[in-house]
Write a protein that binds this ligand. Structure first.
Ligand code: ADP
Length: 500
């Protein structure tokens, strides 16, 4: 297997890390305990910076600030267009700091710098603009009451929101959660993942510069079982928006249920099928399948990790996939010629390698990859298994790494049935020129996003979220505003009323 592996040959110099403290009530502050934790560079495993370690007391302070800003501050009371203006400024400031933000995400998460510059950071700015434009278009309905009553609904911000976000897309996740919540007039506490705290703190700094009032947007860095759990169980948080693993999603929901019954939305794991039919252009399908599993080194909940190929093109597909793998370059994410950086940390790196070993033991055939690469850091070769059976662990579990399971199928019915044989339901891809097959498969797969002849076709206008154990409540799209709003009915008698 000839995947090229390059290591740090562009001599990138570590930039100054400006923000390492919690952001509460408009100020960067130490944690109450004074404790800090290390955030590490997955290219080397070395420490980038020490970050304030927030815990329950810090979450309490952040919630207190957010509650005060919600109950007494200007943000929920501003005209929507004024909130929108400030959010537009926030977006402009993000655009002016693209390079710093992309650098922080690459350093923290091993993400391709080029991808951050072209996609993640400008995408975060545009997401904020999208919701800024919606901030003055939030309205209720006039009700057709059945008696002599006048009724209407108000759409009001839900209150203090807790956003718990993962490490794989620190900027995108920040924007798709914070954007609609700000537009709705909510205040919030954001708990970034412990692996990737840097950009969230930078965004907090830019939010302040943009004019977002103190207390509206707070960031508490720290660990999941401490700071994260304090957010999900807090009695004064009205809503949790969580993205992460299914296991932790369950804990978040339990915490919400046993505290104040706060509203919960969960975007969880996936094991998405990509179904390729006989009539597909094989070269295009091979490229798409590679993209679907290797983008962001497989660290994406919608990764097309189960690739079903129809029997007529299966052998050609396997041969071409093996050839293609040779041109894939794994290495320093700051190098523009590299296609795949390191996995986010040692834990994920070891977890992915364990799954690969499991796949071998289960009897799947290793077509390409299968090993770590490089002398240091958390790099893994892009790995393809063939002869994968539906009941193998590598076909069932979310691996969250560059590991593709290739499977052969005969009929449309079989493909639909096997694609649906998973507890997850986040996304699916279909490759065919036959419109009838595309339509039939799209409507039969139980998943929140179906991509026909494309993959990862995200857009801030396109709702995204899971079916089944991939969660509930959509991010992105105008409807995601609904998660941060609640409806109030107001009723008055039309005439002198017998009830009064
Ligand atoms: P992954 O397995 O991909 O690391 P997690 O679901 O563990 O994803 O993490 C996603 C987010 O959830 C992170 O911000 C993490 O700190 C947080 N988290 C982890 N454990 C808990 C918990 N018990 N309660 C609340 N949040 C948590």
């Amino acid at each position: 297997m000839a995947t090229k592996c390059r290591e740090g040959e562009n001599g990138f110099k570590l930039p100054e890390i400006k923000f390492t403290k919690l952001f509460i009530n408009g100020e960067f502050v130490d944690s109450v305990s004074g404790k800090t934790f290390e955030t590490r560079d997955p290219r080397t495993g070395e420490v980038i910076a020490r970050i304030a370690e927030g815990d329950k007391e810090d979450v309490d302070l952040a919630v207190k600030a957010a509650r005060h800003a919600f109950d007494h501050g200007p943000w929920p009371r501003l005209a929507g267009c004024e909130r929108g203006k400030i959010m537009m400024k926030f977006a402009d400031l993000i655009d002016q700091h693209i390079e710093e933000l992309a650098t922080l995400d690459s350093l923290d998460a091993g993400k391709l710098f080029k991808m951050g510059m072209e996609m993640d950071i400008p995408g975060a700015a545009n997401t904020l603009r999208y919701y800024a434009g919606a901030a003055d278009k939030i309205h209720g309905e006039t009700l057709k009451m059945s008696r002599a009553l006048q009724g209407y609904t108000l759409r009001e911000p839900i209150g203090v929101v807790g956003h718990i976000i993962p490490w794989n897309f620190p900027s995108t996740m920040f924007a798709i959660k914070v954007g609609p919540a700000l537009a709705a007039g909510c205040t919030m506490v954001i708990k970034p993942a412990e692996q990737t705290p840097l950009s969230a703190l930078y965004y907090a700094h830019l939010a302040k510069l943009a004019g977002i009032p103190d207390g509206v947007l707070n960031v508490v860095t720290g660990f999941g079982p401490t700071a994260g759990a304090a957010v999900s169980s807090h009695m004064d948080i009205d809503k949790i928006s969580f993205t992460g693993s299914t296991e932790v999603g369950r804990l978040v929901m339990q915490a919400a249920a046993t505290s104040n019954l706060k509203a919960v939305s969960l975007e969880l794991g996936g094991k998405s099928p990509l179904i390729i039919f006989n009539d597909a252009d094989v070269d295009m399908a091979v490229e798409l399948a590679r993209f679907a599993i290797l983008y962001n080194k497989g660290e994406i909940c919608v990764a097309g990790s189960r690739v079903f190929v129809q029997e007529g093109i299966y052998d050609e597909f396997v041969k071409k996939s093996a050839e293609k793998a040779k041109s894939w370059v794994v290495g320093d994410p700051f190098d523009p010629n590299v296609h795949q950086g390191p996995q986010v940390d040692k834990v994920q790196f070891e977890k992915v390698l364990k799954y690969i070993e499991h796949g071998k033991r289960e009897g799947a055939t290793l077509l390409t990859g299968g090993k770590a690469c490089g002398e240091k850091g958390y790099y893994i070769e892009p790995t393809i298994f063939t002869d994968v059976k539906d009941d193998m662990l590598i076909a069932k579990d979310e691996i969250f790494g560059p590991v593709m399971s290739l499977m052969k199928f005969k009929t449309v019915e079989e493909a639909i049935e096997r694609a649906n044989k998973t507890r997850y339901g986040l996304a699916a891809g279909v490759v065919t020129k036959d419109l009838n097959i595309a339509n039939r498969v799209s409507r039969s797969i139980r998943a929140g996003s179906i991509w026909v002849n494309c993959y990862f076709a995200f857009d801030h206008d396109c709702p995204f979220g899971g079916y089944k154990m991939s969660g509930f409540g959509k991010d992105m799209g105008l409807h995601s505003l609904d998660k941060y709003l609640q409806t109030k009915s107001v009723v008055t008698p039309l005439y002198d009323s017998p009830w009064l």
